[in-house]
Design a protein around this ligand. Structure first.
Ligand code: SAH
Ligand code: SF4
Ligand code: F3S
Length: 438
């Protein structure tokens, strides 16, 4: 009664991967129990939570500069509480509190179910820090998700953590060991999402295809989810090449709800570098996985991640990466300059000249952009299914995603968010397609 009038305001800013987007939703819901509602205005917030990413140096530095920018807000409102969550919180812990005295709360990605209790301590004037990897399952300790209606797409975390220890990567340290959520809980959450209007679910995990919470692995979970009423589309990300088993590849052939899209990072096309990266597969093994997936689902769109300028990468190694890209024909790609991360083995090795690494990144991105555009342009004239999400920039325009995750704009049609319609693609622009509803 009258609670909304006194509701405290929570501003959440999310950095990094989709898993952080999911976690931000869950943290917001957890704090709703403490009387918070979300705002998109930091200046009216009673609490600001930065959900952070530690994957590259720039990502982590952004957090400190953002914290610096919050200083005037805290000066204007001494009751404002500032929290740091996510992977920087995990990696830096107390260092954040030392470096930035205006931070009241630091919570790691595996302990945010303790946020309500931490918030109470912070309200009492204390500072709270929790970067444990608790035994208990945080999801089981979070309150049930609210019943409010939501948009047509949702993320659902099914697996967290990583045991692979690629030589460049902080994730095994910030997210901890691989853990899978039990299939029955995932299914219950999916049914609940479907009841609230969700039609497409993207299953998330740092190594989502290492999922073992269902006896049939990720493939078993996908088949079970495909039977949930109201769920029309399923996706999953991110996969590791070594965990693409036969059952998952068969699901791409046999489960219509499983979308023809596979994000399968390889990082490099050089076997020497892959070995130094501790990826535990060769370039050829990666290409064979893609061949098998394409045999099962010929129209699958392949997406990938690359790192250039990894320690000791030579021009010849880099050319091997360009060759691999040419062989795959990516429909989507993310490429990064290697960023040495404290505590990871590769950070200690001889580094590639930064100007050389910049040059390689540019050459790789030129090739990838051309490939992505070619794959997208080939959609022109085709009929595709589009799940509409929201109005476009122009009046009467709607935008949604195709099965292949291309953004598709249509104009003047009687479509609403949540509608899944057949669309004839008429043109292709830099990052999107346009078409007409059939
Ligand atoms: N679990 C996923 C990806 C995790 S991080 C996988 O196994 O592929 C997302 C991407 O960030 C990685 O695929 C990699 O391309 C990039 N990345 C990770 N650490 C990096 C670093 N130290 N420097 C530059 N890019 C990095
Ligand atoms: Fe990082 Fe490698 Fe694990 Fe992916 S598989 S999260 S790149 S350590
Ligand atoms: Fe970044 Fe952590 Fe995700 S380091 S990429 S937010 S798992």
């Amino acid at each position: 009664m009258g609670e909304s009038a006194t509701a405290k305001k929570l501003f959440v800013k999310t950095y990094g991967c989709q898993m952080n987007v999911y976690d931000s939703e869950r943290m917001t819901e957890a704090l709703a129990g403490q009387g918070y509602e979300r705002t998109d205005r930091p200046d009216e917030a009673d609490m600001i939570l930065l959900n952070t990413c530690h994957i590259r140096e720039k990502a982590a530095e952004k957090v400190y500069s953002e914290l610096g920018r919050l200083k005037p807000l805290k000066a204007a409102n001494p009751d404002l509480k500032i929290g740091v969550a996510g992977c920087v919180a995990q990696a830096e812990g107390e260092e954040i509190v030392r470096r930035q005295p205006l931070v009241d709360l630091v919570v790691g990605p595996q302990s945010y179910h303790r946020l309500p209790e931490m918030e109470a301590r912070v309200r009492g004037g204390a500072r709270a820090l929790d970067t444990d990897f608790p035994e208990e399952d945080k999801f089981a300790h979070l309150a049930a998700r609210p019943k409010a209606a939501r948009g047509p797409t949702a993320f659902l975390t099914v697996q967290e953590g990583c045991d692979k220890f690629c030589a460049f990567c902080v994730v095994p340290y910030t997210r901890g060991a691989e853990v899978s959520r039990p299939a029955d809980r995932v299914l219950a959450e999916a049914r609940d999402l479907a009841e609230r209007g969700v039609r497409e679910i993207t299953l998330l995990g740092q190594n989502v295809n290492a999922y073992h919470g269902h006896p049939g692995g990720l493939a078993g979970l996908i088949r079970a989810l495909a039977a949930v009423e109201g769920i029309d589309r399923l996706r999953y990300t991110t996969s590791h090449p070594n965990d693409m088993d036969d059952a998952l590849i068969a699901a791409h052939a046999e489960v219509p709800a499983l979308m023809p899209y596979l994000h399968l990072p390889v990082q490099s096309g050089s076997d020497r570098i892959l070995k130094r990266m501790n990826r535990k597969h060769t370039a050829d093994a990666y290409l064979r996985v893609i061949e098998r997936v394409r045999a099962a689902r010929p129209d699958v769109l392949i997406s990938g991640d690359f790192i250039v300028g990894f320690p000791e990468e030579t021009e010849a190694d880099f050319r091997a990466t360009l060759d691999l890209v040419a062989a795959v024909e990516y429909g989507q790609c993310y490429s990064f300059k290697y960023s040495p991360r404290p505590g990871t083995p590769a950070a200690e090795r001889p580094q590639v000249d930064p100007a050389e690494a910049d040059d390689r990144l540019q050459r790789l991105q030129t090739l990838l952009t051309a490939q992505q555009r070619a794959v997208q342009d080939r959609m022109v004239g085709r009929e595709v299914a589009v799940l509409f999400e929201k109005p476009g920039r122009e009046a009467g325009q709607m935008v949604g995603k195709s099965d292949h995750l291309h953004s598709v704009f249509v104009g003047g049609a009687d479509v609403e968010p949540g509608h899944l319609r057949r669309v004839r693609i008429t043109s292709s622009a830099a990052n999107s397609l346009a078409g007409a509803v059939l």
